[in-house]
Design a protein around this ligand. Structure first.
Ligand code: DAH
Length: 376
């Protein structure tokens, strides 16, 4: 058979193909399942060894040449089409740009950034820890041993293992952290591992926390910011000054009045609940002034205290050498108080109208949240 004649006829047809549809039709006719060259390849099976030896390479060479020609012609047609489009189309730079719906910074991210900035001015750096925690960091090291009633109060999400029983990873149950306090332990352990004698530290730890709880003021996921200061000779006065300074900066008011009430947290001794004075303006609580002033009231804002000796020891530090204070505050609540939202659940609905109303313009400066969705 005259493969060469078949070949040149095919190549001529390919070279003359006027458009992509013609190329595709040729590919099917030549190389498709029922194509002529595919049919030639099938004849090899019926040949004897000698024949196959002489014909095989020629048929394969024919198929290769045709394949290559199809590809080359297709590329040439594509390039010509693109050149024609470029010549035809032009961009009118004087036309107004279509309006793009811009995103906004979520109030929670905004408030976390504000807090990081305020605390940076006070010498605090930002620490992080995992949201999937173990019960040792979340409870035991924070002076809540296994039978401690405070554990039950936390409505913890535990991870069941495959049998549906509680997960037990190397003796530690895994859970979704119920507060940012375990970051205290992780931070102290990191410092004591690096500096065996210990070293002063000042950190805040903002992040997501989880509890099995849901109503107008509780969501199963919410945000806290933890503060921890470890140094020598730290006392309650340092705590009060720090909280007052931070709240004055955050609410942008000089007249923040705090009321410290004795309280109980397993990880602090003494523990203090911190209230702030507020007044009503346009049906909203506005932080500022003494809660005892006429028309004012006190509202509970955060928990804090002097870090318990056992917690300092769990962090690998000597409690006779190092003291500290800690506090924990709800970020969502701070955002609601400062920016006047009333329903916590709306924070996590993802309604773009709510976000457009309460969100913040993104600035061209690096922020803690780094924009939408960056995990802390
Ligand atoms: N972890 C506590 C909670 O989630 C809040 C808290 C209270 C944190 C006192 C602290 C603290 O660091 O000292 O309810």
């Amino acid at each position: 058979m005259d493969y060469e004649a078949t070949g040149s006829a095919a190549l001529a047809a390919i070279a003359a193909a006027p458009d992509l549809a013609a190329i595709e039709a040729l590919r099917v006719a030549l190389l498709g399942k029922k194509g002529s060259i595919s049919a030639l390849l099938k004849t090899l099976g019926a040949m004897d060894a000698e024949q196959r030896h002489s014909q095989g390479p020629r048929i394969h060479a024919l198929r290769e040449a045709v394949t290559e020609a199809l590809g080359a012609r297709k590329a040439a047609l594509d390039a010509a089409a693109l050149a024609a489009r470029l010549a035809r189309e032009s961009v009118d730079l004087t036309l107004p740009a279509p309006e793009r719906a811009g995103g906004s910074v979520h109030p929670v991210s905004q408030v976390m950034d504000e807090l990081a900035e305020i605390f940076a001015d006070l010498g605090f750096s930002v620490a992080t820890g995992p949201e999937i925690e173990d019960d040792w960091h979340n409870f035991t090291a924070l002076n809540m041993p296994e039978s401690h009633p405070a554990r039950a109060m936390h409505d913890t999400f535990y991870f069941p293992d495959r049998d549906g029983a509680k997960n037990d990873e190397g003796g530690r149950e895994m859970l979704l952290r119920t507060h940012t306090s375990p970051v205290q332990i992780r931070t102290m352990l990191a410092v004591s591992a690096k500096e065996p004698g210990g070293a002063p530290l000042r950190v805040i730890a903002p992040g997501r926390v989880y509890r099995s709880d849901s109503d107008a003021t509780h969501t199963p996921m919410f945000h806290q910011i933890e503060g921890l200061v470890i140094d020598r000779g730290i006392h309650l006065g340092h705590l009060k000054w720090t909280l007052k300074t931070f709240l004055a900066a955050f609410f942008e008011r000089e007249d923040i009045v705090l009321r410290l009430r004795p309280s109980y947290f397993p990880f602090t001794e003494p523990s203090v609940e911190v209230d702030t004075g507020y007044s009503w303006q346009d049906g909203r609580r506005v932080v500022g002034g003494s809660g005892d002033a006429p028309g004012h009231g006190w509202m509970e804002l955060l928990g804090s205290g002097m870090v318990h000796r056992k917690v300092i020891a769990a962090g690998g530090l000597d409690p006779d050498q190092w003291q500290g204070f800690a506090f924990g505050v709800g970020v969502d609540r701070l955002a609601m108080l400062k920016y006047g939202m009333s329903d916590l659940r709306a924070f996590f609905d993802g309604d773009v109208r709510w976000l457009a109303h309460y969100g913040f313009a993104a600035l061209d400066v690096p922020t803690l949240s780094g924009g939408v969705g960056t995990p802390l």
